[in-house]
Write a protein that binds this ligand. Structure first.
Ligand code: AMP
Ligand code: MG
Length: 335
């Protein structure tokens, strides 16, 4: 299959592809999404095939107008209304009981559906010109998510119908996922909307164990995506927990082993190994923005072992931590 490269002015062409059951990668404010008609099970099945995604990992449905949610869910409770009012359009996904219009491929057989209203202009125009779109991140399953069109092309050329180039994604990590389908609102994946902001809006929000810890064997994932190895480059990633001085000393001592570092901007001058900066230590937004690109960059440079700081877990730090710890296969060294 030939993959068309489209620009932001070719939304109508992309919408036609979607109406014919095809697959289009689109920019969003979080990461690039691989979209298909959310109400067409066989179109959605194509997403799983193109990504090599396990069929038991459900997809997020993207809307461009709040009225579309009633097509997708069987109820829209007060807390969902508050979150929608406060954070949509934006990087928040809300899980609710699904309507019977949702194909099994989208919900992976669950009785819930994940819904998001993105803020990116191109994503909104594409949905408005077509229909609600099911879209996971537009990478091969298990790889770091794509934050620009070239990343998508590298993974998906020849596997999908088209890619719309909308430049770099602003947020850089996937949406925050919260479920309102249980008794207490629960954070399943941290992202651009922080748990502190969610609690301010609706009160109690618990954090699913799998956000920070590996699932123990036999444990059932509340978000199926969390049970898979994720976001991992080919390079081995190892997290180091300790002071900046300890980090620099440890990594420099590994120079002869061919080590490289994902480092904070202020550490660059003191490192004796190749490094990729990801922002200042306290700038979690910048770290989110650069993380996936940095992981892909590590592979492009052929690094085999990459040491990174173990992130803090307040604010958007939790989103960085959640991705890094999975990219590192939960390997953390205390210094
Ligand atoms: P991605 O498509 O790469 O952004 O991944 C979507 C994430 O949302 C995955 O971790 C899914 O497991 C999760 N997800 C989607 N729908 C549901 C659902 N109905 N219940 C729980 N998790 C979901
Ligand atoms: Mg993904």
């Amino acid at each position: 299959m030939k993959t068309l490269m489209l620009n932001e002015n070719e939304i109508a062409k992309a919408a036609d592809i979607l109406k014919n059951g095809g697959l289009v990668a689109m920019p969003t404010e979080t990461v690039y999404g691989l979209a298909a008609n959310a109400l067409d099970g066989s179109a959605v099945a194509g997403i799983f095939k193109a990504k090599g995604r396990p069929m038991d990992n459900p997809l997020i449905v993207h809307i461009a107008d709040l009225s579309q949610i009633h097509l997708l869910v069987s109820c829209f409770p007060e807390k969902a209304k508050i979150l929608a009012e406060r954070f949509w359009p934006g990087p928040l996904t809300i899980i609710l009981p699904k309507s019977d219009r949702i194909p099994d491929e989208v919900s992976a057989g669950l009785d819930t559906v994940a819904v998001r209203f993105p803020s990116h202009k191109v994503a909104r125009q594409l949905i408005a010109a077509s229909m609600p779109l099911a879209a996971p991140s537009a990478n091969l399953s298990g790889s770091p998510s794509p934050t620009n069109a070239r990343h998508v092309y590298d993974d998906m050329n020849g596997r999908i119908d088209a890619i719309i180039d909308g430049g770099e994604c602003a947020v850089g990590v996937e949406s925050t996922v919260i479920t309102l389908a249980g008794d207490v609102p629960k954070l399943l994946r941290p992202g651009g909307v922080t748990v502190e902001q969610l609690r301010q809006a609706i009160g109690e929000v618990v954090i699913d164990d799998a956000v920070m810890n590996p699932l123990s064997s036999g444990e059932k994932a509340s978000s199926p995506g969390m049970k898979y190895k994720h976001y991992a480059p080919k390079a081995k990633v190892i997290l180091l927990e300790g002071s900046a001085e300890a980090f620099i000393a440890y990594v420099n001592a590994k120079k002869s082993d061919g080590a490289a570092a994902l480092c904070y901007d202020e550490d660059m001058g003191r490192l004796k190994v190749p490094y990729i900066p990801i922002g200042h230590a306290d700038d979690y937004e910048m770290q989110s923005h650069k993380l996936f690109s940095a992981l892909r960059n590590a592979d492009e440079q052929g690094f085999r072992t990459v040491y990174a700081h173990c992130p803090k877990t307040d604010g958007m730090g939790l989103a960085v931590y959640n991705r890094m710890i999975r990219a590192a296969g939960f390997e953390v060294i205390e210094l």
